[in-house]
Ligand binder design. Structure first.
Ligand SMILES: NC(=O)c1ccc[n+]([C@@H]2O[C@H](COP(=O)([O-])OP(=O)(O)OC[C@H]3O[C@@H](n4cnc5c(N)ncnc54)[C@H](OP(=O)(O)O)[C@@H]3O)[C@@H](O)[C@H]2O)c1
Length: 239
């Protein structure tokens, strides 16, 4: 892809999977890409890989489940840059039945997937409102639309984020802020157990394809906002 933007793009959960793929795709467009996750060493590996490709990202380690950590990270980024686009991608799951989940597991899923995204929005929003513009892309999940077992806390976190951001969208229209929700089915990443990944690799979507989709949606010109987009493997859901 040729250079197309010099926007500032903050991607959470960029150390692997979709977030990493999105960072690579946005970096190719010439965007200033700010990558966050808890594992700084993985972000450094990404930076090294991209520097060989003559592209770059800037590293801002951040645990989105910590509001103080999110607040500090946003301050650090905006001290030297503009955040034109926030991509709420950091996420975890627990593939257990409801009664088998510990309180810790439930808290971790809700605090990361739902509250983590709400915290990043909370701290980025004033910056976007002041400039009267911006884009917030949220990686939801098909589990917010369709019923799957062994996914109760995860489904709650993603449905909650969908409801939160649908309400937010109506509040921020007047500031020219676009809220884009991506609702994907199965993508082959490390969020899945190895056995599922191995068995279904051929059927699952690729993180790279989602990364390219995010770039296309971000670069959409004119007064259009793609409010919600559902993407599935062509052969359908895994179960
Ligand atoms: N794969 C799928 O089939 C699928 C389908 C629908 C939606 N999604 C969603 O897509 C998003 C990305 O997942 P993925 O599939 O790419 O899985 P992944 O490869 O496991 O990536 C998850 C990313 O989130 C980061 N992360 C987890 N907890 C974090 C925290 N507290 N603070 C900051 N970063 C955190 C991880 O980095 P660190 O461990 O370094 O923090 C990692 O970079 C998730 O929100 C997931 O729910 C995935």
């Amino acid at each position: 892809m040729t250079k197309q933007t010099n926007s500032g793009i903050w991607i959470t959960g960029a150390s692997s999977g979709i977030g990493r793929a999105a960072a690579i795709e946005f970096a190719k467009t010439g965007a200033e890409v700010f990558v966050s996750s808890r594992r700084a060493a993985e972000l450094e590996r990404l930076q090294t890989y991209l520097s060989k490709e003559k592209s770059r990202v800037e590293i801002f380690p951040c645990n989105v489940a910590s509001p103080s950590n999110v607040e500090r990270t946003v301050k650090k980024i905006i001290a030297g840059h503009q955040i034109d686009c926030l991509i709420n991608n950091a996420g975890i799951t627990s593939f257990k039945k409801a009664e088998a989940n510990s309180i810790q597991e439930i808290n971790d899923v809700i605090n990361t997937n739902l509250l983590g995204a709400i915290y990043t929005i909370k701290y980025v929003l004033p910056h976007m409102i002041e400039r009267r513009g911006g884009t917030i892309i949220n990686i939801i999940s098909i589990a917010a639309k369709k019923i799957f077992t062994h996914s109760s806390a995860y489904a709650a976190s993603k449905s909650g984020l969908l409801a939160y951001t649908n309400s937010l969208r109506e509040e921020v229209r007047e500031y020219n802020i676009r809220i884009i929700n991506i609702v994907p089915g199965a993508i082959e990443t490390s969020i899945w157990p190895d056995a599922v990944r191995k068995e279904n690799a051929g059927r699952m979507m690729k993180a790279e394809d989602i990364g390219q989709l995010l770039v296309r949606l971000y670069l959409q010109k004119g007064n259009i906002v793609t409010e919600e987009i559902v993407v599935r493997p062509i052969t359908g859901d895994l179960s």
